[in-house]
Write a protein that binds this ligand. Structure first.
Ligand SMILES: *[C@@H]1O[C@H](CO)[C@@H](O)[C@H](O)[C@H]1NC(C)=O
Ligand SMILES: *[C@@H]1O[C@H](CO)[C@@H](O)[C@H](O)[C@H]1NC(C)=O
Ligand SMILES: *[C@@H]1O[C@H](CO)[C@@H](O)[C@H](O)[C@H]1NC(C)=O
Ligand SMILES: *[C@@H]1O[C@H](CO)[C@@H](O)[C@H](O)[C@H]1NC(C)=O
Length: 258
């Protein structure tokens, strides 16, 4: 992943150019819907789930098993009972299904449907599947997609979280009839909460101002931007401490070094 790191010793012109870049990134990203946030390798869905595996952008192989691990405890903040559909608790899972879908190949394959995933491994805060990737799927990009019905403080939500992965298949074989559903297109209608309630709190965003003499440098030491596909991230910096926040579409990763 490419990084842009700005050090305080850069000349002003460098800063201006970079901030222009940041600013245009901000403009371009306005329509980017943040459906998921990546922190320390975990994907916080746009509902209640936290995905430990598969990793976004990972390459998977048809014919092999894909390990799947989903934390349904909100990183330990949600009781076990709240993960069982029908609990009636104020903050709870109602459903959690997974489909592997692709705009490219127009496939929509069931990974886990019904209440099976939430009710298996009773007592475990992480639900696991070792899903055999069908050999009928052609190579390409796929969204490993979580569909979550949930309540947060008694308010109902429906969240869809696509995690982009690559599937490689050098020997397509068999038909995909068994677990294949109609491909309905993406993105689909959803009504997610503003964010996953278990997200660790992030530093507040900062405003970049354009004044008569150009871009005015923000006074805070950290700039966080959301980048459109394939652009990079930015971030700033204080002497002694370097904090950078990288933002890919739909993901945020925070790395702090001192
Ligand atoms: C993944 O989901 C996003 C958002 O819905 C969509 O724009 C993209 O086309 C999907 N990619 C694939 C490979 O299905
Ligand atoms: C589809 O399901 C049938 C019955 O369970 C099974 O015999 C067959 O092997 C499956 N086909 C594939 C391609 O998975
Ligand atoms: C789960 O998916 C299978 C295969 O697509 C389908 O036969 C079954 O009816 C589905 N079950 C539920 C509860 O949706
Ligand atoms: C995939 O199939 C499931 C089950 O029919 C459906 O709920 C879901 O909306 C479908 N997703 C796409 C992208 O077609």
């Amino acid at each position: 992943m490419p990084w842009v790191l700005v050090r305080p010793s850069f000349r002003h012109t460098d800063h201006s150019a970079l901030l222009l870049f940041i600013f245009s990134s901000l403009l371009l990203s306005v329509q980017t819907v943040i459906a998921q946030t990546l922190i320390n390798g975990q994907v916080f869905s746009s509902g209640l789930a936290i995905l430990d595996a598969p990793a976004p952008q990972s390459v998977q192989h048809a014919g092999s098993n894909m390990p799947i691990a989903i934390d349904i405890s909100g990183d330990g903040k949600l009781s076990q009972a709240a993960s069982i559909p029908g609990s009636g608790l104020a903050t709870r899972f109602d459903s959690l299904e997974i489909y592997l879908v692709s705009a490219q190949s127009k496939f929509n394959v069931t990974v886990s449907n019904g209440t099976g995933l939430l009710t298996q491994e009773s007592g475990s805060t992480v639900k696991h599947l070792n899903w055999p990737i069908p050999t009928c799927l052609p190579s390409g990009s796929y969204n490993f997609t979580l569909y979550e019905g949930s309540h947060i403080n008694n308010q109902g939500f429906f969240s869809i979280t696509p995690i982009l992965i690559t599937i490689q298949n050098t020997a397509v074989s068999g038909d995909c009839t068994n677990d294949t559903n109609a491909y309905l297109g993406q993105p689909q209608e959803s009504s997610p909460p503003p964010q996953n309630p278990f997200l660790p709190s992030l530093s507040p965003p900062i405003t970049v101002t354009i004044g008569p003499s150009g871009i005015i440098f923000p006074s805070q030491s950290t700039v966080t931007v959301t980048a459109p596909p394939s652009t990079v991230t930015v971030v700033m910096v204080s002497i002694g401490t370097t904090t950078f926040t990288s933002t890919l579409p739909g993901q945020t990763e925070i790395i702090t070094s001192v």
